[in-house]
Design a binder for this molecule. Sequence first.
Ligand SMILES: [Zn+2]
Length: 165
Amino acid sequence: MSKRATIFSLIILASVGLGGYVAYHRIERSKPLACEVCTRPIHEGQAYRVELTDGSGATSCCPRCGIHHQLEHVARVAQAWATDHATRERVAAERAYYVEGSDARYCNPHPAPLREPGVVYEMTFDRCLPSLIAFRTDREAQAFHARHGGRVLSYREAVESVKRW
Ligand SMILES: [Zn+2]
């Protein structure tokens, strides 16, 4: 291979590599894998997206973390989106139904320690607890609630609960 052909091949290889790198990072940026609010992993069917009036926004790990973020920017929220846990599809947050405090804890999977006499437990705040899981329909939320416990809330009730915890 001539020197010229070798240089040409190297340029082609470098362009392909660079193109792949840029494309990969575009995809990575468009779909965050970690919560942009608390940095925990985003689990499938749990993401919550808050879009602000200035065009910025944040995708969070769960509705509870997302609603916390929303309440911190309450005057600037343009739209909030939950993910329907049953279909993994986006649903307007205010139209979704929520199951709070079920045994499905995606953000903090460690079960609560056993309560034993004589043992000192430390109470810590966890932004993602009690868990909040969104559903497009009341029927899906009720079905999940029957299997996993907790309680079914409307959007308004979910926001009120996040204000309290
Ligand atoms: Zn989070």
